[in-house]
Write a protein that binds this ligand. Structure first.
Ligand SMILES: *[C@@H]1O[C@H](CO)[C@@H](O)[C@H](O)[C@H]1NC(C)=O
Ligand SMILES: *[C@@H]1O[C@H](CO)[C@@H](O)[C@H](O)[C@H]1NC(C)=O
Ligand SMILES: [Fe+2]
Length: 488
């Protein structure tokens, strides 16, 4: 319980309480000594969680992923198998053209993309059709048919807020539909929609540890999820993209999952553009955020403005991304979305020896903007360990700065990063164990962050059961000059 207020001598102390309540039998007085698991292999491709599970019909849709596509709009992405001989001619032609162009890799392919939806189970009152689906080919791999439909942006009008939507997506053949699933649309924007729980995961991969992270995340029951990069660790084996999307689809078909890119999404391959699988398989809502690149965008949900930055695109102070970020942060209405959350893949602040300094150029280009606009929390991944900072500005403790949290401990095959620098003053808590976190936005001024370790039993909710937990209190100071002006 956050029962103790900030000391009077430090009226601007914004990290109000450090409630590091331990669970489990191990004495964790120095958490960095926590005994951790060895590296896990990727699950075999025939693992039941990585194979088609949507039904015996090979025309059934699979790999369903939901994301927010702008106010009142939801993007549905899914995959179906390529069908039929006539169409395979069509595809092989597309494939040859794509290869010849060498810069394309992706092409339109045959298939109908439709979502049927309604507000009671089995009662589909709406149907939205998408544009021609995409396919891509890399070496010997031909993707399935990659479908995308956005519901809530066309003639059907925006989806109602905070409403359970029942839906099914179309299969590979006319008349074949997937099983029904459902999700709850985001609540209306504004502080009246708090509390709101945002799940946060990073560097997930596809190992037994990844499955454990997902199992713990299900118990956390977030309203939406942010994955801060390094999704599948496919690394050029595109079957692993299908496998990963199958692994997460029981969750990505129920909650909105928003992605930011990591280095493993880049997948440089001969004749194939960067980010091919990542940007073709998933909707990244940059256009609705005024961003020219799918590699950075922002969105509003409940009482939060969430900014997804790109670590692997231009990010110096004079970059297009920095200009976009300045405009994006300046436009935040803090009365409506008092919380501003930023994510990127490579952390600005990390005291782990892994990837040390990789986030420095971007920090040099952009940290000032985060401080100016009173960003509350910054999530990053890349480093396969958990670390939480105190409020910090330019390397110095500063009650007006953001809190930086590295959550790259989703459990991929590269294993945890266990070696640290001497602890800097800003580092409040660090530990190379796999897990995930949740940000509970309670009201306009208070939020609780909790980090849950996979090694701990899945147990009752509440920060007292988390490995690390902290209450974040927004003050005039932590709003920043620009943020404060916007809130008045
Ligand atoms: C959302 O709907 C649920 C159930 O219908 C209700 O209990 C809850 O208060 C609503 N939340 C908001 C923010 O409107
Ligand atoms: C916000 O939540 C905190 C923690 O529950 C509480 O102490 C505070 O009074 C709340 N503020 C408002 C304005 O309700
Ligand atoms: Fe990474």
């Amino acid at each position: 319980m956050p029962g103790r207020g900030p000391p009077r001598s430090l009226p601007l102390l914004v990290v109000a309480l450090l409630a590091c309540h331990m669970v489990g039998a191990t004495d964790l007085s120095d958490a960095t000594l926590f005994a951790r698991k060895p590296v896990s292999e990727q699950l075999p491709l025939h693992h039941p969680r990585l194979t088609q599970t949507c039904g015996p019909d090979p025309a059934s849709p699979e790999q369903v992923h939901l994301s927010l596509a702008g106010p009142g709009a939801i993007a549905f992405n899914w995959v179906t198998a390529r069908q039929g001989r006539a169409s395979s001619m069509f595809w092989s032609l597309g494939r040859r053209v794509a290869r010849a162009a060498r810069t394309l890799g992706k092409y339109h392919c045959k298939g109908v993309s439709s979502v049927q939806y309604g507000f009671a189970s089995g009662d589909y009152t709406g149907r939205v059709d998408g544009r021609a689906p995409a396919c891509y080919s890399v070496d010997d791999y031909d993707s399935g048919v990659l479908h995308e439909v956005i519901v809530g942006r066309g003639a059907e009008g925006p989806l109602p807020a905070n409403t359970t939507v029942y839906y099914r997506v179309s299969g590979a053949r006319e008349g074949v539909w997937g099983e029904e699933s459902s999700f709850v649309t985001p609540p209306p924007l504004g502080v009246d929609s708090l509390p709101y729980r945002l799940g946060v995961v990073g560097d997930l991969g596809q190992t037994e540890d990844s499955l454990s992270t997902l199992e713990h995340l299900v118990a956390t029951d977030p309203q939406s999820v942010v994955l801060v990069g390094d999704l599948s660790y496919a690394d050029g084996d595109h079957r692993r993209w299908d496998a990963w999307a199958r692994m997460v689809s029981p969750l990505t078909s129920r909650w909105l999952w928003m992605f930011t890119e990591g280095n493993h999404e880049r997948e440089r391959a001969r004749g194939v553009p960067d980010w091919l699988a990542y940007t073709t398989r998933f909707h990244l809502p940059h256009a609705s955020a005024g961003s020219a690149s799918p590699l950075y965008y922002s969105y509003d949900v409940a009482g939060a403005h969430v900014v997804m930055l790109g670590s692997y695109t231009d990010h110096d102070a004079h970059s297009e991304q920095a200009a976009w970020l300045a405009a994006d942060l300046a436009a935040v209405d803090r009365a409506r979305t008092p919380w501003v959350v930023v994510t990127m893949h490579a952390p600005f602040y990390s005291s782990n020896l892994a990837h040390l300094g990789e986030g420095e150029p971007m920090r040099a280009g952009m940290e000032r903007l985060l401080n100016q606009h009173g960003v509350d929390v910054v999530f990053a991944g890349h480093v396969h360990a958990y670390e939480r900072s105190l409020r910090v500005v330019d390397g110095q403790l500063d009650d007006c700065g953001p809190v930086y949290i590295n959550i790259g401990d989703g459990g991929n095959r590269e294993g945890p990063d266990t070696r640290w620098l001497d602890r800097p003053r800003w580092s409040a808590w660090r530990e190379p164990s796999f897990g995930h976190g949740a940000l509970d936005l309670l009201n306009a001024t208070h939020a609780v962050w909790t980090w849950r370790r996979n090694a701990d039993a899945i147990r009752a909710q509440g920060p007292q059961h988390a490995a690390d937990s902290v209450t974040l209190v927004r003050t005039d100071c932590s709003l920043g000059d620009a943020g404060l002006a916007a809130a008045r």
